[in-house]
Ligand binder design. Structure first.
Ligand SMILES: NC(=O)c1ccc[n+]([C@@H]2O[C@H](COP(=O)([O-])OP(=O)(O)OC[C@H]3O[C@@H](n4cnc5c(N)ncnc54)[C@H](O)[C@@H]3O)[C@@H](O)[C@H]2O)c1
Ligand SMILES: [Zn+2]
Ligand SMILES: [Zn+2]
Length: 374
Protein backbone atom coordinates (compact mmCIF):
# COMPACT_ATOMS: atom_id res chain seq x y z
CA UNK A 1 0.00 0.00 0.00
CA UNK A 2 1.31 3.47 -0.95
CA UNK A 3 1.53 6.00 1.86
CA UNK A 4 3.09 9.41 2.47
CA UNK A 5 5.57 9.69 5.32
CA UNK A 6 8.07 12.20 6.71
CA UNK A 7 11.43 10.44 6.41
CA UNK A 8 14.63 11.35 8.26
CA UNK A 9 17.37 10.15 5.90
CA UNK A 10 20.41 11.02 8.02
CA UNK A 11 21.39 12.48 11.38
CA UNK A 12 20.29 16.10 11.71
CA UNK A 13 18.62 16.20 8.28
CA UNK A 14 15.24 17.85 7.78
CA UNK A 15 12.14 15.70 7.44
CA UNK A 16 11.38 14.84 3.78
CA UNK A 17 7.82 13.94 2.85
CA UNK A 18 8.14 10.90 0.56
CA UNK A 19 5.96 8.21 -1.02
CA UNK A 20 6.64 4.90 0.73
CA UNK A 21 5.32 1.37 0.44
CA UNK A 22 3.66 0.02 3.60
CA UNK A 23 4.19 -3.76 3.92
CA UNK A 24 1.41 -6.30 3.52
CA UNK A 25 -0.54 -6.60 6.79
CA UNK A 26 0.03 -9.85 8.77
CA UNK A 27 -2.74 -11.65 10.73
CA UNK A 28 -1.78 -9.96 14.03
CA UNK A 29 -1.38 -6.48 12.56
CA UNK A 30 -3.68 -3.50 12.08
CA UNK A 31 -3.64 -0.61 9.61
CA UNK A 32 -4.59 2.79 11.03
CA UNK A 33 -5.41 5.81 8.89
CA UNK A 34 -3.69 8.59 10.77
CA UNK A 35 -5.64 11.77 11.44
CA UNK A 36 -2.95 13.64 13.39
CA UNK A 37 0.25 13.21 15.35
CA UNK A 38 1.84 15.13 18.18
CA UNK A 39 5.57 15.82 18.07
CA UNK A 40 7.57 14.92 21.19
CA UNK A 41 11.04 16.11 22.24
CA UNK A 42 12.20 12.51 21.87
CA UNK A 43 11.53 12.66 18.09
CA UNK A 44 13.80 15.68 17.97
CA UNK A 45 16.51 14.01 20.08
CA UNK A 46 16.52 11.05 17.69
CA UNK A 47 16.45 13.18 14.52
CA UNK A 48 19.59 14.85 15.83
CA UNK A 49 21.31 11.50 16.42
CA UNK A 50 20.95 11.32 20.19
CA UNK A 51 20.32 7.55 20.14
CA UNK A 52 21.28 4.48 18.16
CA UNK A 53 18.07 4.47 16.06
CA UNK A 54 19.20 3.79 12.50
CA UNK A 55 18.22 5.89 9.51
CA UNK A 56 16.38 6.32 7.23
CA UNK A 57 13.49 6.22 9.70
CA UNK A 58 9.93 7.48 10.02
CA UNK A 59 9.58 8.98 13.51
CA UNK A 60 6.40 9.97 15.36
CA UNK A 61 4.88 8.18 18.36
CA UNK A 62 1.87 10.29 19.38
CA UNK A 63 -0.49 9.34 16.56
CA UNK A 64 -4.26 9.23 16.52
CA UNK A 65 -6.55 7.92 13.83
CA UNK A 66 -9.14 5.46 12.63
CA UNK A 67 -8.66 1.71 12.25
CA UNK A 68 -8.82 0.89 8.54
CA UNK A 69 -8.09 -2.85 8.37
CA UNK A 70 -7.47 -5.60 10.92
CA UNK A 71 -5.71 -8.95 10.48
CA UNK A 72 -7.73 -12.12 11.14
CA UNK A 73 -6.03 -12.80 14.50
CA UNK A 74 -6.89 -9.35 15.89
CA UNK A 75 -9.53 -9.68 18.61
CA UNK A 76 -10.13 -6.28 20.14
CA UNK A 77 -10.31 -3.80 17.24
CA UNK A 78 -12.42 -3.43 14.13
CA UNK A 79 -12.44 -1.04 11.17
CA UNK A 80 -13.86 2.35 12.15
CA UNK A 81 -12.57 2.28 15.74
CA UNK A 82 -11.09 5.59 16.86
CA UNK A 83 -7.69 5.18 18.44
CA UNK A 84 -4.74 6.87 20.10
CA UNK A 85 -1.40 5.18 19.50
CA UNK A 86 1.19 4.66 22.19
CA UNK A 87 4.22 2.38 22.61
CA UNK A 88 4.24 -1.36 21.78
CA UNK A 89 4.69 -4.12 24.40
CA UNK A 90 4.66 -7.92 24.36
CA UNK A 91 1.84 -8.57 26.86
CA UNK A 92 3.32 -11.76 28.30
CA UNK A 93 6.66 -10.99 30.02
CA UNK A 94 6.73 -10.66 33.85
CA UNK A 95 6.51 -6.83 33.65
CA UNK A 96 3.58 -6.87 31.23
CA UNK A 97 1.81 -9.51 33.33
CA UNK A 98 2.18 -7.39 36.46
CA UNK A 99 0.79 -4.24 34.88
CA UNK A 100 4.06 -2.52 34.00
CA UNK A 101 4.21 -2.66 30.18
CA UNK A 102 6.49 0.41 30.04
CA UNK A 103 9.29 -1.85 31.25
CA UNK A 104 8.35 -4.80 29.00
CA UNK A 105 11.30 -7.14 28.44
CA UNK A 106 10.95 -6.51 24.69
CA UNK A 107 10.45 -2.74 24.97
CA UNK A 108 13.63 -1.73 23.17
CA UNK A 109 13.15 -4.34 20.47
CA UNK A 110 9.50 -3.44 19.82
CA UNK A 111 9.92 0.33 19.93
CA UNK A 112 13.47 1.22 18.90
CA UNK A 113 14.83 -1.50 16.63
CA UNK A 114 12.86 -0.32 13.60
CA UNK A 115 11.97 -3.79 12.27
CA UNK A 116 9.55 -6.64 12.98
CA UNK A 117 10.49 -9.66 15.12
CA UNK A 118 11.83 -11.56 12.10
CA UNK A 119 13.95 -8.58 11.03
CA UNK A 120 11.70 -7.53 8.13
CA UNK A 121 10.89 -3.87 7.50
CA UNK A 122 7.33 -2.54 7.34
CA UNK A 123 8.33 0.51 5.29
CA UNK A 124 10.24 0.75 1.98
CA UNK A 125 11.09 3.51 -0.46
CA UNK A 126 9.91 3.22 -4.06
CA UNK A 127 13.44 2.04 -5.02
CA UNK A 128 13.25 -0.75 -2.42
CA UNK A 129 15.43 0.90 0.28
CA UNK A 130 14.14 -0.23 3.70
CA UNK A 131 13.03 2.48 6.13
CA UNK A 132 12.93 1.98 9.91
CA UNK A 133 9.79 2.01 12.02
CA UNK A 134 9.62 3.82 15.38
CA UNK A 135 7.65 2.89 18.55
CA UNK A 136 5.87 0.27 16.44
CA UNK A 137 3.84 3.08 14.85
CA UNK A 138 5.86 5.71 12.86
CA UNK A 139 3.04 8.23 13.05
CA UNK A 140 4.58 10.98 10.90
CA UNK A 141 2.75 9.36 8.01
CA UNK A 142 -0.70 8.98 6.49
CA UNK A 143 -1.02 5.35 7.63
CA UNK A 144 0.56 3.10 10.27
CA UNK A 145 0.96 -0.67 10.55
CA UNK A 146 0.64 -1.48 14.26
CA UNK A 147 -0.11 -4.17 16.85
CA UNK A 148 -3.02 -4.34 19.27
CA UNK A 149 -0.71 -3.31 22.14
CA UNK A 150 -0.08 0.04 20.38
CA UNK A 151 -3.74 1.02 20.30
CA UNK A 152 -6.06 2.64 22.81
CA UNK A 153 -9.71 2.96 21.86
CA UNK A 154 -11.31 6.36 22.44
CA UNK A 155 -14.94 7.46 22.18
CA UNK A 156 -16.53 8.90 19.03
CA UNK A 157 -16.75 12.21 20.85
CA UNK A 158 -12.94 12.43 21.14
CA UNK A 159 -11.30 14.94 18.81
CA UNK A 160 -8.71 12.88 16.95
CA UNK A 161 -6.87 16.01 15.83
CA UNK A 162 -6.10 16.83 19.44
CA UNK A 163 -5.78 13.61 21.37
CA UNK A 164 -2.61 11.91 19.98
CA UNK A 165 -0.17 13.58 22.43
CA UNK A 166 -1.87 11.64 25.24
CA UNK A 167 0.16 8.70 23.85
CA UNK A 168 3.54 9.92 25.13
CA UNK A 169 4.43 13.35 26.55
CA UNK A 170 1.25 13.96 28.54
CA UNK A 171 1.07 10.29 29.57
CA UNK A 172 4.65 10.45 30.86
CA UNK A 173 4.24 13.62 32.93
CA UNK A 174 0.87 12.72 34.43
CA UNK A 175 1.75 9.06 35.02
CA UNK A 176 5.00 9.94 36.80
CA UNK A 177 2.85 11.71 39.38
CA UNK A 178 -0.26 9.50 39.45
CA UNK A 179 1.45 6.09 39.24
CA UNK A 180 4.96 6.93 40.39
CA UNK A 181 4.96 9.56 43.14
CA UNK A 182 1.34 8.97 44.26
CA UNK A 183 1.22 12.21 46.27
CA UNK A 184 -1.16 12.45 49.21
CA UNK A 185 -3.83 15.15 49.12
CA UNK A 186 -2.40 18.30 50.69
CA UNK A 187 1.21 17.44 49.90
CA UNK A 188 3.65 19.70 48.06
CA UNK A 189 5.48 19.22 44.77
CA UNK A 190 8.05 21.12 42.70
CA UNK A 191 8.20 20.55 38.94
CA UNK A 192 11.40 21.61 37.15
CA UNK A 193 10.87 22.39 33.47
CA UNK A 194 7.41 23.31 32.31
CA UNK A 195 7.23 21.84 28.80
CA UNK A 196 4.65 19.23 27.82
CA UNK A 197 5.93 16.66 30.31
CA UNK A 198 6.32 19.07 33.25
CA UNK A 199 2.95 20.74 32.70
CA UNK A 200 1.25 17.34 32.54
CA UNK A 201 2.95 16.44 35.85
CA UNK A 202 1.66 19.68 37.32
CA UNK A 203 -1.92 19.16 36.10
CA UNK A 204 -1.83 15.63 37.56
CA UNK A 205 -0.54 17.00 40.88
CA UNK A 206 -3.54 19.30 40.99
CA UNK A 207 -5.92 16.41 40.20
CA UNK A 208 -4.30 14.40 43.02
CA UNK A 209 -4.95 17.27 45.43
CA UNK A 210 -1.44 18.64 46.04
CA UNK A 211 -1.76 22.00 47.73
CA UNK A 212 1.59 23.60 46.95
CA UNK A 213 2.45 23.13 43.28
CA UNK A 214 5.67 24.94 42.44
CA UNK A 215 6.73 25.32 38.80
CA UNK A 216 10.34 26.18 37.95
CA UNK A 217 11.53 27.21 34.48
CA UNK A 218 13.79 29.79 32.82
CA UNK A 219 11.10 31.28 30.55
CA UNK A 220 8.45 33.60 31.97
CA UNK A 221 6.05 32.71 29.14
CA UNK A 222 6.13 29.04 30.20
CA UNK A 223 5.64 29.99 33.86
CA UNK A 224 2.62 32.05 32.92
CA UNK A 225 1.03 28.97 31.35
CA UNK A 226 1.99 26.96 34.43
CA UNK A 227 0.08 29.42 36.60
CA UNK A 228 -2.93 29.19 34.29
CA UNK A 229 -2.89 25.39 34.63
CA UNK A 230 -2.73 25.33 38.42
CA UNK A 231 0.76 26.16 39.70
CA UNK A 232 0.36 27.85 43.06
CA UNK A 233 3.88 29.32 42.84
CA UNK A 234 6.27 29.90 39.95
CA UNK A 235 10.02 30.47 40.04
CA UNK A 236 12.16 31.77 37.21
CA UNK A 237 15.43 30.10 38.20
CA UNK A 238 17.42 32.60 36.15
CA UNK A 239 16.21 35.34 38.46
CA UNK A 240 15.64 33.63 41.80
CA UNK A 241 17.36 30.80 43.66
CA UNK A 242 14.84 27.93 43.65
CA UNK A 243 16.35 26.33 46.78
CA UNK A 244 15.87 29.45 48.85
CA UNK A 245 12.48 30.26 47.35
CA UNK A 246 11.10 26.74 47.88
CA UNK A 247 12.37 26.77 51.47
CA UNK A 248 10.49 30.04 51.98
CA UNK A 249 7.27 28.74 50.37
CA UNK A 250 7.32 25.56 52.49
CA UNK A 251 8.25 27.27 55.78
CA UNK A 252 11.70 25.75 55.75
CA UNK A 253 10.46 22.17 55.35
CA UNK A 254 11.00 21.50 51.64
CA UNK A 255 8.64 19.79 49.19
CA UNK A 256 7.35 16.24 49.57
CA UNK A 257 7.86 15.48 45.87
CA UNK A 258 9.87 16.79 42.92
CA UNK A 259 10.03 16.04 39.21
CA UNK A 260 12.79 17.05 36.79
CA UNK A 261 12.01 17.27 33.07
CA UNK A 262 15.07 19.34 32.07
CA UNK A 263 17.83 16.71 32.28
CA UNK A 264 20.24 19.51 33.25
CA UNK A 265 22.72 18.27 35.91
CA UNK A 266 22.51 21.19 38.39
CA UNK A 267 18.71 21.28 38.02
CA UNK A 268 18.43 17.56 38.85
CA UNK A 269 20.65 18.19 41.88
CA UNK A 270 18.40 21.06 42.96
CA UNK A 271 15.31 18.85 42.58
CA UNK A 272 16.84 16.49 45.14
CA UNK A 273 18.03 19.28 47.46
CA UNK A 274 14.61 20.95 47.75
CA UNK A 275 12.95 17.79 49.11
CA UNK A 276 11.72 17.58 52.68
CA UNK A 277 12.68 14.60 54.84
CA UNK A 278 11.25 11.41 53.30
CA UNK A 279 10.72 13.30 50.04
CA UNK A 280 10.75 11.56 46.65
CA UNK A 281 12.38 12.84 43.45
CA UNK A 282 11.45 11.52 40.00
CA UNK A 283 13.80 12.46 37.13
CA UNK A 284 12.07 11.87 33.78
CA UNK A 285 14.14 13.64 31.12
CA UNK A 286 15.90 11.32 28.69
CA UNK A 287 19.42 12.67 28.84
CA UNK A 288 23.04 11.60 28.90
CA UNK A 289 23.63 13.89 31.89
CA UNK A 290 24.09 12.42 35.33
CA UNK A 291 24.27 13.57 38.93
CA UNK A 292 26.72 12.63 41.65
CA UNK A 293 25.29 11.97 45.08
CA UNK A 294 26.56 11.01 48.47
CA UNK A 295 23.97 8.41 49.50
CA UNK A 296 24.62 8.77 53.23
CA UNK A 297 24.35 12.55 53.37
CA UNK A 298 21.80 13.07 50.62
CA UNK A 299 19.49 10.05 50.88
CA UNK A 300 19.96 7.91 53.98
CA UNK A 301 20.17 10.59 56.67
CA UNK A 302 17.02 12.27 55.37
CA UNK A 303 15.14 9.18 54.18
CA UNK A 304 14.84 10.58 50.65
CA UNK A 305 14.35 8.50 47.49
CA UNK A 306 14.93 8.87 43.77
CA UNK A 307 12.64 6.86 41.51
CA UNK A 308 12.91 6.14 37.77
CA UNK A 309 9.71 5.81 35.74
CA UNK A 310 9.36 5.29 32.01
CA UNK A 311 6.36 6.53 30.02
CA UNK A 312 4.45 7.26 33.22
CA UNK A 313 4.54 3.64 34.38
CA UNK A 314 0.88 2.99 33.67
CA UNK A 315 -1.08 0.83 31.29
CA UNK A 316 -1.79 3.10 28.31
CA UNK A 317 -5.14 1.37 27.67
CA UNK A 318 -6.26 2.48 31.16
CA UNK A 319 -4.38 5.76 31.61
CA UNK A 320 -5.21 7.39 28.25
CA UNK A 321 -9.02 7.05 28.50
CA UNK A 322 -8.66 8.37 32.07
CA UNK A 323 -6.73 11.43 30.82
CA UNK A 324 -9.32 11.94 28.06
CA UNK A 325 -12.00 11.95 30.77
CA UNK A 326 -10.03 14.42 32.90
CA UNK A 327 -9.75 16.62 29.79
CA UNK A 328 -13.52 16.47 29.20
CA UNK A 329 -14.10 17.46 32.81
CA UNK A 330 -11.81 20.47 32.34
CA UNK A 331 -9.22 19.07 34.76
CA UNK A 332 -6.50 18.30 32.21
CA UNK A 333 -6.67 21.23 29.75
CA UNK A 334 -3.80 20.14 27.49
CA UNK A 335 -5.48 21.78 24.49
CA UNK A 336 -4.06 25.09 25.78
CA UNK A 337 -0.55 23.83 24.97
CA UNK A 338 -1.17 22.81 21.39
CA UNK A 339 -0.50 24.38 17.99
CA UNK A 340 -1.74 22.67 14.81
CA UNK A 341 0.31 22.42 11.61
CA UNK A 342 -0.33 20.95 8.17
CA UNK A 343 1.66 17.71 7.66
CA UNK A 344 4.01 19.41 5.17
CA UNK A 345 4.87 22.08 7.77
CA UNK A 346 6.66 19.42 9.86
CA UNK A 347 10.09 21.10 9.74
CA UNK A 348 8.64 24.42 10.89
CA UNK A 349 6.75 22.63 13.68
CA UNK A 350 9.94 20.88 14.85
CA UNK A 351 11.81 24.18 14.79
CA UNK A 352 9.15 26.02 16.79
CA UNK A 353 9.13 23.35 19.49
CA UNK A 354 12.91 23.49 19.85
CA UNK A 355 12.98 27.28 20.18
CA UNK A 356 10.32 26.97 22.90
CA UNK A 357 7.77 29.02 20.93
CA UNK A 358 5.36 26.08 20.93
CA UNK A 359 4.89 23.50 23.68
CA UNK A 360 3.10 20.75 21.75
CA UNK A 361 3.00 20.86 17.96
CA UNK A 362 0.39 18.62 16.30
CA UNK A 363 0.60 17.70 12.61
CA UNK A 364 -2.67 17.16 10.77
CA UNK A 365 -2.46 14.33 8.23
CA UNK A 366 -6.18 14.14 7.41
CA UNK A 367 -7.45 17.66 6.77
CA UNK A 368 -10.97 16.32 6.04
CA UNK A 369 -11.48 14.71 9.45
CA UNK A 370 -14.43 15.94 11.51
CA UNK A 371 -15.33 14.95 15.08
CA UNK A 372 -18.18 12.40 14.83
CA UNK A 373 -20.21 13.17 17.92
CA UNK A 374 -20.20 15.83 20.63
N1 LIG B 1 10.83 9.23 30.61
C1 LIG B 1 9.95 9.14 29.60
O1 LIG B 1 9.23 8.16 29.50
C2 LIG B 1 9.83 10.29 28.64
C3 LIG B 1 8.75 10.36 27.73
C4 LIG B 1 8.60 11.53 26.95
C5 LIG B 1 9.54 12.55 27.05
N2 LIG B 1 10.59 12.40 27.90
C6 LIG B 1 11.62 13.43 28.06
O2 LIG B 1 11.15 14.42 28.95
C7 LIG B 1 11.88 15.63 28.74
C8 LIG B 1 10.94 16.82 28.70
O3 LIG B 1 10.14 16.77 27.54
P1 LIG B 1 9.28 18.04 27.11
O4 LIG B 1 8.57 17.64 25.85
O5 LIG B 1 8.47 18.54 28.25
O6 LIG B 1 10.46 19.04 26.76
P2 LIG B 1 10.50 20.65 26.73
O7 LIG B 1 11.80 20.99 26.11
O8 LIG B 1 9.25 21.19 26.16
O9 LIG B 1 10.53 21.05 28.29
C9 LIG B 1 11.68 21.26 29.03
C10 LIG B 1 11.51 22.54 29.82
O10 LIG B 1 12.66 22.70 30.66
C11 LIG B 1 12.99 24.07 30.72
N3 LIG B 1 14.40 24.21 31.10
C12 LIG B 1 15.49 23.99 30.33
N4 LIG B 1 16.62 24.24 31.04
C13 LIG B 1 16.22 24.62 32.26
C14 LIG B 1 16.91 25.02 33.45
N5 LIG B 1 18.24 25.06 33.49
N6 LIG B 1 16.18 25.33 34.54
C15 LIG B 1 14.83 25.27 34.52
N7 LIG B 1 14.12 24.91 33.43
C16 LIG B 1 14.80 24.59 32.32
C17 LIG B 1 12.70 24.58 29.32
O11 LIG B 1 12.52 25.99 29.29
C18 LIG B 1 11.41 23.81 28.97
O12 LIG B 1 10.25 24.55 29.32
C19 LIG B 1 12.68 15.39 27.47
O13 LIG B 1 14.01 15.04 27.84
C20 LIG B 1 12.00 14.20 26.82
O14 LIG B 1 12.87 13.47 25.97
C21 LIG B 1 10.73 11.33 28.72
ZN1 LIG C 1 6.32 -7.51 27.89
ZN1 LIG D 1 7.67 10.88 23.38
Amino acid sequence: MKIKAAVVNGVGEDYQIEDLELAEMRPDEIIVKIVASGMCMSDETIRKGGTSVSMPVVLGHEGSGIVEKVGEAVKTFKPGDQVVMSYAYCGHCPSCRTGRPAVCDDWMKLNFLGVRDDGSHTLHKENGTPVGNFYGQSSFATHALVHESNLIKVGKDADLRLIGPLGCGFLTGSGTVINGLKPEAGSSIAVFGTGAVGLAAMMAAKIEGCSNIIAVDIHDSRLEIARELGATHTINSKEEDPVEKIREITNGVGVNYSVDTTGVTPVMKTALTVLSKSGVFAPVAVSKNGIEINPTAELIMSNKSIIGRLMGDGIPQLSIPQLAKFYKEGRFPFDKLVKFYAFDEINQAAHESVTGAVIKPILIMDENYKVEAK
